[in-house]
Design a protein around this ligand. Structure first.
Ligand SMILES: [Zn+2]
Length: 407
């Protein structure tokens, strides 16, 4: 047995409150107790937080890359490079997210992620990465008119012969498909049977198509307001009478969750507030949707696989399509999303942290292991200052990022 770690004088951010003067004891990689001014084992290594926040590590269910690498590059080195960029920004669990691409490219990405996720084969010299419980199968099943910045040539309709191979790996945990595509129902049913968070994205679907998808197990919509249908977008599909869209379906249906890219560039403060008020902290996730330009200088980049992806541009704040007329995902980490959401909405600290931790964990079904500062869960923890800057990152009770020593 290793000696326990005792975080003392912490402002522990629990799902429903901030516990001041908290004592959080961890041992063997897990949290063993959380109390207010509780007793401290004599042999514990003490970490005095002097009132700073202790939060769960962030969980990102929608993320494409970072530090110059995209998960779709499909080799273990790139996967590590991209994942490690998020660890330094507080993400301790992430779901590498596919984009459009050939079946062989998606299979290659999946295998490389499985290899990196298998910690038993990691070498000491390799980059420390967040936990990877599985991937988000996001592309290629997008609607033709909602492909966005992703490579259109790699888009297709879902076919059982293709996607069953991905699901059979047992490593797909989040699965996206546009609801209006032929084959969507079979996709949703298989995804649900494999216990995935089943999501609809890059879609121009109507209320009735969403209802069919819901009946087949769909419960989530990717990046709310981005690459999704609206009443006006459906007018061009169905004329009159005007149809309710994904927007209304998600807002009305209490079982549906969604996510926002709260980087300050995709959505205005009132849209973030609106999403928070309408869905509540248990049905709204923060995601980064970050591409490979995260942590890199402004300039031209490729979204998706380096050889077959589509060109994008980073202005140093956000990604743009190559013609610079529409946004092409974020280039910042979850720490930025948390700070921005806190500073631009009325959501209290515990709700903002919940949306970046417990809520995504619950939606994917890993909340028994991670997502809150609670006895029995993995000691994936962050020390944040009062402005929500990352000071320390602990993975299974081990200090892996220390901003004093790295920056
Ligand atoms: Zn995305």
């Amino acid at each position: 047995m290793t000696n326990p770690i005792a975080f003392v004088n912490a402002s522990a951010v629990l799902p429903d409150q901030v516990l001041r003067d908290a004592v959080v004891i961890c041992q063997e990689g897990k949290i063993v107790s959380v109390s207010e001014r509780g007793s401290i084992p004599a042999d514990a290594a003490i970490v005095d937080l002097a009132g700073r926040y202790l939060t769960p590590g962030f969980i990102d269910i929608h993320v494409h890359g970072g530090s110059g690498a995209d998960f779709m590059d499909g080799d273990p080195r790139s996967i590590r490079q991209a994942a490690a960029a998020h660890l330094t920004r507080g993400t301790t669990t992430l779901f590498p997210t596919t984009t459009t691409g050939a079946p062989a490219e998606i299979q290659k990405m999946l295998s490389a992620c499985q290899q990196v996720a298998d910690v038993s084969t990691a070498k000491p010299a390799e980059l420390e990465v967040p936990h990877i419980p599985g991937i988000h199968l996001y592309g290629p099943y997008f609607a033709d008119d909602k492909v966005g910045c992703h490579d259109k040539g790699g888009r297709r309709d879902p076919a059982v012969e293709e996607f069953q191979h991905y699901f059979e790996t047992g490593f797909v945990r989040v699965a996206t498909c546009a609801a209006e595509l032929p084959g969507a129902k079979a996709f949703y049913q298989m995804a649900a049977a494999h216990d995935c968070l089943v999501t609809c994205g890059h879609s121009n679907s109507s209320w009735s198509e969403m209802q069919s998808a819901f009946d087949a197990g769909m419960r989530h919509v990717d990046h709310f307001w981005c690459a999704m249908s609206s009443v006006p977008s459906l007018r061009t599909r169905f004329q009159v009478p005007m149809q309710a869209s994904m927007t209304e379906f998600v807002l009305m249906n209490k079982a549906m969750s969604t996510e926002v890219i709260a980087d300050g560039w995709h959505l205005s403060p009132e849209l973030l507030e609106f999403a928070y008020q309408m869905k509540g902290p248990e049905r709204l996730c923060l995601v980064t949707d970050a591409n490979r330009a995260l942590g890199m200088p402004a300039g031209e980049y490729i979204f998706g696989n380096q050889d077959s992806g589509s060109p994008i541009y980073s202005d140093g704040n956000v990604g743009w399509s190559s013609d610079r007329t529409s946004l092409a995902s974020s280039i910042v980490g979850m720490d930025h999303m948390v700070r921005h959401f806190k500073n631009s909405t009325t959501a209290p600290v515990e709700h903002v942290i919940r949306m970046a931790t417990l809520t995504p964990a619950e939606r994917v079904g890993i909340d028994h292991e991670v997502g809150s500062v609670q006895a029995g869960k993995r000691a994936d923890l962050l020390v944040l200052d009062t402005e929500f800057n990352i000071q320390q990152v602990y993975k299974q009770g081990r200090l892996v990022i220390d901003s004093d020593s790295t920056e």
